[in-house]
Write a protein that binds this ligand. Structure first.
Ligand code: ADP
Ligand code: MG
Length: 311
């Protein structure tokens, strides 16, 4: 079974109403869990600090994507014998720096010897700020927003895998591991009831938008060129070419920016709030009645990677 099939199977097998969003919610409680495994999610190469940072950031992102405030985390570690104490300490420093940055405290964890691969399993607990923001509440006419710059993570990964070379490669590699999150902005959005549905970009913009659309039974029209990108990313447009430039923005995973949808009447307020909090944000399209494919208005090639049809 593929990942999503298996999740569906588990959901049905356990007859669960809870599974399917970025985090579990019950009353005001939010819980999210992620596993990161060596050679699947990361390759160890003198980058323990970065892996630590990434592990905690990706979990915090899931709580934010529910419109919640992360509070505590639980740290599960599988550690092979070959890993040195100093390396574990670097990893922990990465976790600590970003737990301080985003104000989450350690509540516990578990440690085991692992025979081959290093792995990390973090659970984050948070609290709902106003109401939990689910994936399945997008409405026809909602405007679709992206928060955070998209694309850098994939470029960073290509550089790590030695598949791509460019100037400022350190910037991209860093961005692959360490994404900027915008908690205060999200809290303000949610307090004001501006948001109908939200998800974080862990699988790629198109795939994650599709999660919102499928669960909400809606379609979307979007403009790929409106998705926020960094100045560094703009600088490599010439090397990538127009097609790759947009394809990467549409499909780059582990970005931990957010996609959310809001009623049209809040658009100006949201953009104003974005300026106030100095957040990269753009209105990239709108929600329409159910359609089989996401309609991309400014990108008319078929994507090799995801097999989407575009108009
Ligand atoms: P994300 O990328 O936001 O972390 P996932 O795609 O990993 O989300 O998971 C989607 C949903 O499936 C979540 O609600 C998650 O809790 C649930 N899920 C994933 N794996 C399992 C599992 N092994 N058992 C139960 N629920 C799971
Ligand atoms: Mg998520």
């Amino acid at each position: 079974m593929k990942e999503f099939e298996l999740i569906d199977f588990i959901k049905n097998y356990f007859d669960s109403n809870f599974i399917g969003d970025d985090a579990f919610f019950y009353n005001n409680l939010l819980v999210s869990k992620d596993i990161l495994i060596e050679n699947v999610h990361f390759i160890l190469d003198n980058n323990f600090y970065e892996i630590g940072a990434k592990s905690i950031i990706s979990n915090i992102s899931d709580i934010l994507a529910m419109g919640g405030k992360p509070k505590f985390f639980f740290l599960g570690l599988g550690i092979p014998n070959r890993i040195k104490d100093d390396e574990i300490k670097s990893f922990l420093k990465g976790v600590k720096d970003y737990s301080l940055e985003y104000n989450v405290k350690i509540g516990g964890g578990d440690i085991s010897l692992s025979l081959n691969d290093f792995f990390v399993s973090i659970t984050v607990v948070g609290e709902v700020i106003n109401v939990p923001i689910q994936r399945n509440k997008a409405k026809v006419g909602d405007y679709i927003f992206v928060v955070g710059e998209v694309g850098d993570s994939e470029i960073g990964l290509k550089i790590i895998k030695k598949e791509f070379f460019c100037e400022n490669s350190e910037y991209f590699v860093r961005r692959h591991y360490i994404k900027k999150l915008y908690p205060d902005f999200i809290y303000e959005l949610v307090r004001n009831n501006y948001v109908n549905s939200m998800i974080d970009i862990s699988d790629g913009f198109l795939q994650d938008l599709e999660h919102i659309l499928k669960t909400s039974k809606k379609g979307a029209e979007i403009f790929a060129t409106k998705i926020p990108v960094s100045n560094y990313y703009k600088k490599i447009k010439k090397i990538l070419g127009e097609y790759k430039f947009l394809e990467i923005v549409l499909t780059s995973g582990e970005e931990y920016g957010l996609i959310f949808t809001s009623p049209k009447k809040y658009v100006n307020k949201i953009l104003e709030l974005g300026r106030k909090f100095n957040v990269p944000i753009a209105n990239v399209g709108k929600v329409i009645d159910y359609s089989k494919e996401i309609i991309i208005k400014d990108f008319n090639k078929k994507l090799e990677k995801k097999g989407y049809i575009h108009f």
